[in-house]
Design a protein around this ligand. Structure first.
Ligand code: PAF
Length: 467
């Protein structure tokens, strides 16, 4: 029996919106349908003008459904569920339940009954934001771009969600993917690895996984025959006084996320197994580790280089995937790989961002609401640097990296943000760049309360591949 992958946008702004969405999801989880993933919930303003009225905000989510139904039967099922929820179809803005079929398999069609992909799905922030959470690298049929790329390209005025997303449905629909085998020790890892054929991809993590990690796993699943994740909170990359003890540990939820996004197995070793001779960092991280994070956290990259080298060796991965959010880590690891002559490909993957640009990070969960708003300013000023460079660094333009850096630093400090650094660097060497004659990265780090956040943006189109 073939199973198709469908994405559905759910909305409600009449009655108990949470209950309507919950009931719809439960109904989409039976009779030939299965909820494979559901985003968190977000409120958005009603789109459209209704004279003399201010329609209630809409509660939104996007779900991935696996179904054995054909496209028309599935679409009819959505319509029937709207009717069951008491939806009145008289053009009013209030809707007990709105179920929009965004995509169904790779179907592209336009006829009287149905247009696929959904005609407005790529122009709505309240669809793309939750969709990006569960399937950032899904290539939208009939287009050449992924969900995350469509979200980045969205330039139409977009109401966006009125509040942050809330994790309402995480629990009931978390663990529906194929099982992900847990490898607790080296013996289990070796046995698993010995049976794998073809290209093996590894996604190394410290757990507390989010959509950013999910996008790495999805990329690995798309490019490899087998995908292994590792979950290990590595003590050697934390200095005394950092958050090693309170670093979030969410192993069960992590395994569910890994399975759902395509990992076949997860290696979760103990410190004793990875560091049999005592917990110490003994791999030299190289020049790229010198400034920025390396200056703020002098022992950090030696710890990262040590553990990643051990995990490359243990997993014998052909390719390993890292997020570009940790740009310096990526540069360091490429240098270490080259210096040691290791036969592993290192792939840097796009940063996944939440609403308003905040780069996803396991440490975002330490932030309180008001801090979350401030945290977004880091990505905003990096974006300002990017745009300013794009506009002013044209051949005839008078452009000064220093002036721009001073301006955006002042913007952050005006909000009493504690700036560790903000700079423009070469992404391979992590050396400052002042003449913009090639690709460069705007990088920054701030402290908010006890939380340290980093981010970066390309400020010139990469002329050489950084993938
Ligand atoms: O990026 C991380 O989460 C960690 O630094 C890594 C690469 C898993 C090493 O512990």
């Amino acid at each position: 029996m073939t199973t198709e992958r469908a994405f559905v946008a759910l909305g409600s702004n009449e009655g108990d919106a949470h209950a309507h969405l919950r009931t719809a999801l439960a109904a989409l989880d039976r009779d030939g349908c299965r909820v494979a993933a559901c985003s968190r919930l977000g409120w958005s303003h009603y789109v459209g003008i209704v004279e003399g009225q201010r329609p209630a905000p809409v509660l939104n989510a996007v779900a991935e459904i696996r179904t054995s139904l054909d496209v028309d039967t599935f679409h009819a099922r959505l319509h029937a569920l709207e009717d069951e929820a008491g939806r009145v179809r008289d053009g009013r803005p209030e809707r007990t339940l709105d179920l929009d079929l965004l995509t169904f398999g790779d179907v592209v069609r336009t006829d009287a009954s149905l247009t696929l992909p959904h005609p407005r799905c790529l122009a709505r922030g309240f669809v793309l934001s939750p969709w990006m959470e569960i399937a950032p690298l899904f290539r939208v049929p009939g287009t050449s771009a992924t969900v995350v790329e469509h979200a980045a390209a969205l330039r139409v005025p977009d109401p966006g969600p009125a509040t942050d997303l809330e994790p309402a449905f995480a629990a009931p629909f978390a663990d529906r993917g194929a099982a992900c085998e847990v490898l607790r020790d080296r013996e289990a890892l070796d046995a698993w690895r010995g049976l794998r054929q073809g290209r093996v991809g590894v996604v190394m993590t410290m757990g507390a996984l989010h959509a950013g990690h999910a996008s790495l796993v999805q990329r690995a699943a798309a490019e490899c025959d087998a995908v292994l994740a590792t979950v290990f909170v590595n003590p050697t990359q934390f200095a005394a006084g950092e958050d090693l003890d309170r670093y979030p540990r969410t192993f069960e939820a992590d395994c569910a996320l890994l399975a759902r996004h395509g990992a076949h197995a997860v290696y979760a070793p103990t410190a004793a197994e990875l560091y049999p001779d005592g917990v110490a960092a003994d791999v030299e991280p190289g020049d790229a580790a010198e400034g920025y994070e390396g200056a703020e956290r002098p022992t950090h990259f030696a710890g990262v280089a040590t553990v990643v080298t051990k995990l490359w060796d243990a997993t014998r991965a052909d390719v390993s995937y890292f997020g570009r959010k940790d740009a310096q880590q990526l540069a360091v690891l490429r240098q270490v790989r080259d210096r040691l002559g290791l036969p592993v490909e290192v792939v840097g993957c796009p940063t996944v961002r939440a609403i308003e640009g905040l780069a996803l990070s396991s440490r975002n969960r330490y932030l309180e609401d008001a801090q979350m708003l401030l945290a977004r300013k880091l990505s905003t000023v990096l974006e300002v640097l990017r745009i300013s460079a794009a506009v002013c660094a044209a051949p005839a333009g008078a452009y000064s990296v220093e002036e721009d850096l001073a301006t955006v630093r002042a913007l952050l400090e005006k909000d009493s943000l504690d700036v560790d650094y903000i700079d423009v660097v070469d992404a391979d060497t992590m050396r400052p760049v002042r003449a913009l004659d090639g690709p460069a990265l705007a990088i920054g780090a701030i402290r908010l309360g006890g939380v340290r956040l980093i981010d970066n943006r390309w400020i010139a189109p990469p002329a050489r591949p950084h993938a």
